[in-house]
Design a protein around this ligand. Structure first.
Ligand code: TRP
Length: 350
């Protein structure tokens, strides 16, 4: 593990402690790319913690990163549908729009304008070094676009425009938060020596266990191995039924040698709050059929209240749009104020 990762992990642990003591000192910003529906991995990996922090009194902000969709794909097909469905899932999961600002990139021009001064603060070499950008480029099978190369700077705009000081993320987003810290520091040093405009945000590294897809591989929409929060109970049952297992009858929890059976056990464990080992022992020689029946029941029972709330909310899509408009309006006010400070620090006031 690199020294910079260990330093970030230490900062993250210290920040978590401080946050539990005095949540009101923290402004959190995190977000999602609207590339599809949210699944159980998103829920256990981040949404659940966002709701907890929101309810603890942390000022919470969620960006729906629509411009980030076109970093590695060449269509914006279904974007509106994806965005509105994200809002539905947030609200059904307990995000309260009175406490949490939800907004989209494309509706906040002043946020996007921060990109210009910020780009002047980073070098080509720094951008090319970003390991997440590299792996995303390889996974996409596309050439490196200007936007993919520079989106970590755009993510810095997301974080800095509202002066967030905590950013809950997975490990893959850590290089972007590190870059954000660098940009904040360099901006202050170059343009705002007398009075700092930005503060350096802290990454909060998720310690939720990574939940594998039903087939034991990484949970991903393209593998068809993810349980969507908004799927029906029948769709969920069907998906679990066709997930692959192995030829050994006795159920044991062994993620290394039996990734598929273990993924099913992990899924049931998260949804029931029990341990995977305990569930494995209980099912024992009853085999994969019994395991799948148990997983289906656990998941569907766990998601039933979410799905009910979601369906209720979906009856009134105008209200969902209003919530987004309201978030966008507030985000614009904040972004304008920050951009004014930036222009003023740079002497660009005419
Ligand atoms: N890159 C993040 C992801 O893929 C989404 C995101 C966009 C984000 N802007 C952000 C996360 C700002 C944290 C802060 O999940």
């Amino acid at each position: 593990m690199s020294a910079s990762f260990l330093a970030a992990k230490k900062r993250s642990d210290e920040t978590k402690e401080a946050l539990e003591k005095d949540p009101s000192k923290f402004r959190m910003l995190t977000g999602d790319r609207p590339t599809g529906r949210l699944h159980l991995g998103h829920y256990f990996g981040s949404i659940k913690e966002r709701v907890r922090l929101q309810n603890k009194g942390v000022q919470t902000n969620i960006i729906i990163a629509d411009y980030q969709v076109i970093t590695d794909r060449d269509t914006t097909e279904h974007i509106q549908d994806n965005v509105l469905n994200l809002v539905l899932d947030y609200l059904a999961a307990g995000i309260d729009p009175n406490k949490t600002m939800i907004y989209t990139h494309s509706a906040v021009p002043a946020e996007n304008q921060l990109m210009l001064p910020f780009l002047s603060l980073v070098t080509e070499a720094e951008l090319l070094r970003n390991p997440t950008v590299k792996s995303e480029m390889e996974a996409s099978g596309h050439d490196l676009t200007g936007l993919l190369l520079t989106y970590p700077v755009h993510q810095a705009c997301d974080i800095l425009f509202c002066k967030a000081n905590v950013v809950p993320i997975g490990k893959d987003n850590l290089p972007h938060v590190e870059l954000t810290r660098t940009i904040a520091r360099r901006f202050n040093k170059r343009y705002a020596k007398k009075k700092a405009v930005f503060r350096e945000p802290m990454a909060l590294l998720s310690d939720a266990p990574e939940i594998p897809g039903l087939d034991g591989r990484k949970m991903s929409k393209s593998y068809g191995n993810s349980i969507m929060l908004g799927a029906t109970a029948e769709e969920t049952a069907k998906l679990i039924k066709k997930s692959p297992t192995d030829s050994e009858r006795r159920i044991t929890f062994d993620p290394v040698n039996r990734p598929q059976v273990s993924a099913l056990l992990t899924t049931a464990a998260l949804c029931t709050g029990r341990s995977a080992q305990e569930i494995a022992e209980e099912i024992g020689d009853a085999g994969a059929g019994a395991l799948k029946a148990y997983v289906t029941k656990s998941v569907n029972e766990f998601l039933a209240p979410h799905r009910e709330r979601r369906a209720e909310l979906a009856k009134d899509m105008d209200s969902i749009r209003d919530i987004l408009h309201d978030g966008n309006k507030r985000a614009n006010e904040i972004a304008e104020e920050t951009l004014d400070q930036v222009r003023s620090a740079m002497g660009m006031v005419y």
